[in-house]
Design a binder for this molecule. Structure first.
Ligand code: ZN
Length: 85
């Protein structure tokens, strides 16, 4: 497995996937310190993202979006049909 392949597979690992390519990536990182460092950096970012606070969307957000979409589709001019020769 190349370093590029291993680094691509690391993202599957972080997503909780455990297929063969993830196992191969683990073997690769055990013998490649550059990829091991990359994996540790990815895990650190993942850990920090998990600790971020989650904010609830405003209660009326869905309604406002649906109204905006409806207004946009009503204002859109009808498409002209293509002219046949
Ligand atoms: Zn590598």
């Amino acid at each position: 497995m190349t370093c590029d392949e291993a680094r691509t597979s690391m993202h599957f690992h972080l997503d909780g996937d455990d297929h063969l390519h993830v196992q191969n990536a683990r073997r690769h990182t055990a013998s490649c310190m550059h990829c091991e460092r990359h994996m540790l950096d990815l895990q650190e970012v993942e850990d920090r993202l998990r600790t971020l606070k989650r904010y609830a969307a405003p209660a009326d957000l869905k309604e406002r979006i649906l109204l905006a979409v409806r207004d946009t589709t009503q204002k859109r001019p009808l498409r002209a049909r293509p002219q046949l020769p």
